[in-house]
Design a protein around this ligand. Structure first.
Ligand SMILES: Nc1nc2c(ncn2[C@@H]2O[C@H](COP(=O)(O)OP(=O)(O)OP(=O)(O)O)[C@@H](O)[C@H]2O)c(=O)[nH]1
Ligand SMILES: [Mg+2]
Length: 333
């Protein structure tokens, strides 16, 4: 699929054409190539690029167990009843890929497994070359190129993931639910800051109203330069509040920018994530003695911290693209 590099050029071309024509099996294979990384992934990503920029990405994030998968299942059903085709990429922290009903069950999307208007893919969060945040945008490109107009992205709201969603989702839906430990207090301020739609799921449970009130009062802390997100109560298991959710998401999509600007934002996220990852990996190859020396200079006042940072960045730049161990001469005193 990925190779233009000789072995079977005509088969590779037709597999790519089948991907562009929206054949699910061709898309599934392309996603595996991208997940595996390496030159085949790079070549495929390059071929996909001209075919991207149409899809709208709706990201769902929130703490483990808040009901993201169940709610996405209900949201997908709502979209289907409106005649929309939708793809789902779910980042699964626990297990590797599997297909068909098992996957549908784990993602709580059993009813959609046999629906040709729905494409569901679980993305294992472990074992990616370059980290998940470097893989997601490529996977989105493939699904986009395959002609899916709406892509729902599920990530667990822990660690880096909620910021991943900022970079790659056009609408950010942030969930919480009553009974998850510290409830809203446990939500990081950053998550509230990024939300376009806030959801209190499990509205059938006791204390859901309090959770919603807490969320609404937390919003006072949000910086004033962004419009307040809609706060929606849902019960994913009872399919209640789902049309409110779809309406709130739809309102965001109506206000959003042109497709080329959405794609530019996604590429920008990919670029900054990749640069961060590159610098992080280069930093790990510096001689400790060199870094210690810089810190000693900062401590004694013979160098400012901004100058030390500039020295490290300059050394990183010199090291690219070679992967030699970085041990630059110490800066002159
Ligand atoms: N009472 C109630 N339970 C719900 C609701 N939505 C989901 N659940 C239950 O909550 C549990 C977790 O649901 P999931 O949809 O797997 O939650 P998730 O956020 O996707 O979980 P992770 O992907 O593991 O982070 C399941 O047992 C669901 O049946 C709801 O609206 N009400
Ligand atoms: Mg889930």
């Amino acid at each position: 699929m990925a190779a233009d590099d000789g072995a079977d050029r005509s088969r590779a071309t037709s597999a790519f054409d089948r991907l562009l024509a929206g054949e699910p099996a061709a898309l599934a294979r392309a996603l595996s190539v991208l997940e595996d990384g390496g030159p085949a992934a790079d070549a495929l990503a390059l071929r996909l690029r001209p075919h991207t920029g149409r899809a709208f990405v709706v990201g769902f994030t929130g703490p483990p167990g808040a009901g993201k998968s169940t709610l996405i299942g209900a949201y997908v059903a709502e979209l289907r009843s409106a005649g929309e085709r939708v793809a789902v990429l779910a980042v699964d922290p626990s297990s590797p890929l599997s297909g068909g009903a098992v996957l549908g069950d784990r993602l709580r999307m059993n009813s959609h497994v046999s629906d040709p208007g729905v494409f569901v893919r679980s993305v294992a969060s472990g074992g990616h070359l370059g980290g998940l945040s470097l893989t997601i945008p490529l996977l989105l490109d493939a699904v986009d190129a395959a002609g899916w107009p709406i892509i729902v992205l599920e990530t667990v709201g822990a660690g880096q993931s909620e910021t991943e969603i900022v970079d790659f989702a056009d609408v950010k839906v942030v969930l919480n639910a009553p009974g998850l430990g510290d409830d809203v207090q446990a939500m990081k301020a950053g998550v509230l800051e990024i939300a376009d739609v806030l959801v209190v799921n499990k509205s059938d449970l006791p204390f859901a109203d309090q959770t919603k009130q807490q969320m609404e009062s937390m919003l006072q802390l949000r910086s004033a330069n962004r419009p307040l997100p809609a706060v929606v109560a849902t019960s994913a298991v009872r399919a209640e509040g789902i049309s409110d959710l779809a309406r709130a998401i739809g309102a965001c999509t109506a206000n959003d920018t042109a497709p080329e600007l959405r794609l530019a934002r996604r590429l920008r996220g990919h670029l900054s994530r990749s640069v961060e990852a590159e610098i992080h990996s280069l930093l790990g190859r510096f001689d400790d003695a060199y870094l210690d020396d810089l810190c000693a200079r900062v401590r004694t006042g013979s160098m400012t911290m901004p100058d030390a940072i500039a020295a490290v960045l300059a050394a990183c730049t010199r090291a690219l693209p070679e992967c030699a161990r970085i041990s630059p001469a110490p800066p002159s005193r």
